[in-house]
Ligand binder design. Structure first.
Ligand SMILES: [Zn+2]
Length: 100
């Protein structure tokens, strides 16, 4: 009877060791995600300021590059079969059709 109880307790040891490993991995992943979210949140005020200042930009500046990283990348004209002019950002790949 006593040996059976000890065996049952020992079975729990393996289960708890696996749980500890799983929890440590989940904590590491969650911590990494938390750091990434904090970094993203800390960049938002600067991005919001760039959104406001974008309207004062002259020319066809890529809105994504301007807002996200503060770079003034001129959109490049692409050939088109329609009446609209197609433009592309060579830095981020953003494409847009603008009426002349
Ligand atoms: Zn861009």
């Amino acid at each position: 009877m006593r040996k059976e109880l000890v065996d049952l307790a020992l079975e729990r040891k393996d289960e708890l060791s696996r749980s500890a490993c799983l929890l440590e991995r989940q904590i590491a992943e969650t911590t990494a995600k938390l750091h990434a979210l904090k970094a993203e949140a800390s960049e938002l005020p600067q991005k919001l300021k760039r959104v406001d200042s974008y309207r004062h930009e002259k020319g066809k500046i890529c809105p994504h590059c301007f807002v996200n990283v503060g770079k003034r990348i001129e959109l490049t004209s692409m050939s088109s079969e329609t009446n609209e002019d197609n433009f592309k950002c060579k830095t981020c790949g953003f494409e847009i059709s603008l009426s002349p």
